[in-house]
Design a binder for this molecule. Structure first.
Ligand SMILES: *[C@@H]1O[C@H](CO)[C@@H](O)[C@H](O)[C@H]1NC(C)=O
Ligand SMILES: *[C@@H]1O[C@H](CO)[C@@H](O)[C@H](O)[C@H]1NC(C)=O
Ligand SMILES: *[C@@H]1O[C@H](CO)[C@@H](O)[C@H](O)[C@H]1NC(C)=O
Length: 135
């Protein structure tokens, strides 16, 4: 009986371990996709986005054992590409500030997947609907 519950416990912690790894890899992959889309790989701020430990990358804040990204703050960083739909994979994101950049294209629908998002600032970042209509 006791042995069985120990085995169960081991199984459970193995599951938690691997789901932690999976979450961390997903967040890192999403950040890297964001970086490539937003810069074509050539923004100065995002050159610090290299190596392991994405939680210490500039503008990135993580929380918890699962090292989920909870904040992405990159105002005025000269981002010029597009906002990657991969942003919708950062499902623990609470704060997203990409204000005062030069991102083009549409706001990806995947932003709707960010159910914990409570602060979003894209001011002076994406073309305004009015302006894109008139051009
Ligand atoms: C985002 O998540 C989807 C499925 O949930 C996956 O297919 C896709 O590869 C992920 N994208 C990135 C950049 O992690
Ligand atoms: C990686 O980031 C560090 C700062 O975090 C920077 O000093 C270094 O130049 C970067 N390396 C590359 C290859 O961009
Ligand atoms: C959004 O960002 C702009 C430019 O960085 C800033 O002036 C403004 O106060 C921000 N708005 C909010 C609601 O934080």
């Amino acid at each position: 009986m006791a042995r069985r519950s120990v085995r169960l416990l081991l199984l459970l912690s193995a599951c938690m371990f691997f789901s932690t790894l999976a979450a961390a890899e997903d967040d890192e992959a999403a950040l890297l996709a964001f970086k490539v889309a937003a810069t074509g790989g050539i923004s100065s701020v995002l050159t610090s986005w290299n190596g392991s430990g994405y939680c210490s990358w500039e503008g990135v804040r993580c929380r918890g054992m699962r090292r989920r990204v909870v904040a992405l703050n990159l105002p005025s960083q000269g981002l010029t590409g597009v906002l990657s739909a991969a942003i919708g994979n950062l499902t623990s994101l609470r704060t997203l500030d990409l204000s005062s950049n030069g991102l083009n294209g549409d706001i990806p629908a995947s932003l709707g997947r960010l159910r914990h998002l409570h602060s979003l600032n894209l001011s002076a970042t994406m073309p305004s609907p009015d302006r894109s209509l008139s051009t």
